[in-house]
Design a protein around this ligand. Structure first.
Ligand SMILES: *Cc1c(COP(=O)(O)O)cnc(C)c1O
Length: 368
């Protein structure tokens, strides 16, 4: 049996025809950027996450960058960010001119270790940038409490957490601003690059509208030196069609995760994902940990099962961030996670037989 890590074609029967119809309309109208589709996307996406405003952007990385700029963060500032995340979170901080200050992650949830945040706050700290990693919200109550105590802003990286909830609230609206990605492999994925910023703050909303389009909300009235971070109509059209199914797909991911949990939780050799109380984990990735990670990955591959590593290196040990002077041993739990994590196949249409097969092969591996 072959078990792909992700099968985007499995969604086609539900969505392809309607997307093609919308594409045809875009072509007929020759309105390719930030038009009707993007407007519809912004309205529906903000509604989906119970947040006042959404701004369609060109990618999640741009959204990370813009969220920082819209919060007036830049040169000389410091922003606290987990050492274990995709590099785009830190790149957004660096490109704003601020300095990322890495903090270790919680061993069980892989999200920022809230106990470590206060020790990293200095007179230059402006914000905390937690990541809802793998689809599980960071511990937002405690993060917001620390931020309030020290007068800091909180910016969520929600790129992996479409429709995730923290104590009854959807992510993306439990902080000053949130960055979203719609990279094709994300839970809500475009057919190319796309991103968004969400916020309840009117000033941030208007600043984001300006910065994404050369500093102007009104054509040729350039109030700021901005960027071209606009959303493509084709991508907005894909997202508008897919948004109808995102709740159904999210529930299917959660069911698949439950099925993995049921099978794997009796095994001593693997640790299954821990979910915080009161949280809706949306399983962008189903990540187990095991000491024999590399050998297990190889064994599964030999049996047609495709897995992933998210992520094999913590950010403080990348060449890109070597100038910050961190060393091996600085964030032991991020480093251990990088050595032990393995992402199993996960997508809505994954079949129970496939999950059974993955489980059988993991069992066989440890029997040897
Ligand atoms: C995917 C991702 C991004 C970047 O999004 P792109 O759309 O690929 O630019 C940022 N942060 C996290 C945590 C991500 O997973």
């Amino acid at each position: 049996m072959e078990v792909p890590f992700l099968d985007l074609k499995a969604q086609f029967p539900q969505i392809r025809e309607e997307i093609e119809q919308r594409f045809k309309r875009i072509i007929d109208n020759t309105a390719f950027v930030c038009g009707k589709e993007a407007k519809e996307f912004e309205e529906r996406f903000s509604e989906l996450h119970d947040v006042t405003y959404a701004v369609g952007l060109s990618s999640g990385t741009d959204a990370n960058h813009l969220a920082l700029l819209c919060c007036d963060i830049g040169d000389g500032d410091e922003v606290i960010v987990p050492a274990f995340t995709f590099i785009a979170t830190a790149e957004g901080i660096s490109h704003s001119g601020a300095k990322p200050v890495f903090v270790d992650v919680d061993e069980k949830t892989f999200t920022i270790d809230v106990k470590k945040i206060e020790g990293s706050i200095t007179s230059k700290t402006k914000a905390i940038n937690p990541v809802h990693l793998f689809g599980q919200p960071a511990d937002m109550d405690r993060i917001n409490k620390i931020a309030k105590k020290h007068g800091l802003l909180v910016i969520e990286d929600s790129a992996q957490a479409h429709c995730a909830e923290y104590r009854g609230e959807r992510v993306g609206g439990i902080s000053k601003a949130a960055a979203w990605s719609f990279y094709p492999g994300k839970n809500l994925g475009a057919w190319g690059e796309a991103g968004a910023l969400t916020t309840d703050d009117e000033d941030i909303y208007h600043k984001a509208l300006k910065l994404r389009d050369h500093g102007s909300e009104k054509k040729y009235f350039h109030d700021l030196i901005g960027f071209n971070y606009r959303m493509s109509e084709f991508q907005a059209a894909v997202l508008n069609v897919k948004m109808k199914y995102i709740e159904e797909w999210t529930e299917k991911r959660r069911l698949n995760a439950y099925r993995y949990d049921q099978r794997l939780k009796g095994m001593d050799e693997v640790v299954t994902p821990l979910v915080l109380d009161g949280v809706r984990h949306v399983y962008h990735l189903y990540v187990i940990r095991t000491k024999e990670r590399d050998d297990l990955q190889e064994y599964l591959k030999e049996h047609g099962i495709w897995t992933g590593l998210h992520y094999p290196f913590p950010l403080h040990l990348t060449k890109a961030y070597s100038h910050l002077g961190y060393e091996e041993g600085d964030f032991p739990r991020a480093e251990k996670a990088a050595d032990e994590v393995l992402s199993l196949p996960m997508f809505a249409e994954l079949k129970e037989e496939q999950i059974d097969y993955v489980y059988e092969k993991i069992k066989d591996f440890y029997k040897k």
